[in-house]
Design a protein around this ligand. Structure first.
Ligand SMILES: C=C(O[C@@H]1C=C(C(=O)O)C=C[C@H]1O)C(=O)O
Length: 273
């Protein structure tokens, strides 16, 4: 049976998907390229079977999902692609309105936790599709993720910039898990053999990717707007693992999210097998 796989259309997903497509038979896979918020919605509705998706999506609806083991999109410190841009220093953002990218579900909640728990701020939030400069005319701050954040950080501007992976690490001393490979339980049951093979292929693809960042960068579509060496640096910054320490970071994130009623309850972690 065919597996429908979500593919985040950001540079952070290029290594794993390139290695998967290059080294394994993908004829039984149908890939859907989208931004994370769209993939979360498709996963929730059953329009894809499995996807790297916002970690908060698992937290919101864990009963209907399980997780691919040993794989994620995380950072241990700075992440380089999840930024709060601000007209004023972060300490002065109390009561200010912050614009939020329409592409994210996890980082918007991470930002709410950081501003509330680390800085003691209360803020208004507003989703906006506007680019950096326009969004910061209407709001005091702006959250961007993924390629838009990478591009904005490479552009010329005079705003204050805060890396949310770094902010989290300073606050908790733990990794931050932005995305998990979330599997719909229904698909895991119906397509069990195929899903087991995908799990094995993915974990091998992760290893192969770690060893071939240079060659993956040379052929990547991101080369149009980012140098190969900057891409390799970026991929080396991201942690694609899901270790006990990552899970500690994830559970800490869920604990804060539940405390702030951003999710209904602390989710149980259940791994696909
Ligand atoms: C590190 C990143 O992690 C992402 C952040 C996500 C979110 O905020 O919901 C979802 C998927 C990841 O791609 C990034 O996109 O820059």
């Amino acid at each position: 049976m065919e597996i429908r796989i979500g593919e985040i259309e950001y540079a952070n997903c290029t290594p794993i998907f390139t290695a998967l497509k290059k080294n394994f038979d993908c004829s039984g896979y149908h890939f859907v390229r989208e931004v994370p918020s769209a993939l979360n919605a498709m996963l929730s509705k059953g329009e894809v079977d499995v996807s790297p998706s916002s970690s908060i999506e698992y937290g919101k609806s864990f009963e209907k999902y399980c997780l691919m083991p040993k794989i994620s999109i995380s950072s241990i410190g700075a992440v380089k692609s999840v930024f709060l841009f601000s007209r004023v220093p972060i300490e002065n953002l109390h009561k200010k309105t912050i614009g939020l990218t329409t592409e994210s579900d996890t980082s918007v909640n991470l930002l709410k936790i950081i501003l509330k728990k680390k800085y003691g701020h209360d803020n208004e939030y507003q989703r906006t599709p506007l680019p950096l400069k326009e969004a910061l005319q209407a709001n005091e701050g702006l959250l961007l993720i993924g390629d838009a954040a990478l591009k904005a950080s490479l552009s010329e501007h005079n705003f204050h910039v805060y890396d949310l992976g770094q902010q989290w690490y300073e606050f908790t001393g733990l990794p931050f898990v932005f995305a998990l490979w979330i599997v719909r339980r229904e698909a895991a049951a119906q397509k069990h053999t195929e899903m087991l093979l995908l799990r094995d292929n993915l974990l091998l693809a992760k290893k192969l990717a770690y060893d071939s960042y240079d060659s993956i960068a040379l052929d990547s579509r991101e080369r149009e707007w980012m140098s190969a060496s900057a891409l390799v640096d970026y991929w080396k910054t991201i942690s694609y693992d899901l270790t006990a320490d990552h899970l500690k970071g994830l559970e800490t994130f869920y604990r804060y999210a539940a405390e702030m009623e951003l999710i209904p309850t602390q989710p149980e972690i259940s791994l696909f097998s």
